[in-house]
Ligand binder design. Sequence first.
Ligand code: FEO
Length: 168
Amino acid sequence: MISKKLQDAINEQIKHELYSAYMYLAMSADCSDRNLVGFASWMRMQAQEEVAHGMRFYDFLVERGGRVQLQAIDQPPLEFGSPLEIMEKSLEHERFVTARINHLYDLAQEEQDRPAQVMLQWFITEQVEEEASIDEIVQRMKMFGADGPALFMLDRDLGARGPEDDAA
Ligand code: FEO
């Protein structure tokens, strides 16, 4: 049986993951509005991944005899700035999520909840990949440009991302 403290923290994490999905979907809409078809597709895949992350926590709580309590999700912004700013905001958000995951892991250790520690190890690895794939895009934009032909090529590459791909 999971502790109340950890249950509450995981319920909060479900909210963060579902907000992440909402944020990426809003970014996708913003990109579609500017005809950045590849960016929009990439963000939409990202949103789907975030729903899957939220469901991993949801299923874990159910399996452990915990109680899922869904919380209110904030409204994401309508616009996110330039294509580079969109990616920088994504990276900043992933760093925030990483900090939340690390906090959850610390809590699981304090509570001596080993199943939660094992479950969270998947997320620790996933966050390394998430940050690395977005940082790679940010670095590419800074090095090769974030408009004109460089943006056109990046948009094309981002559009090639499949449902299971993490990287650009
Ligand atoms: Fe669920 Fe992108 O972290």
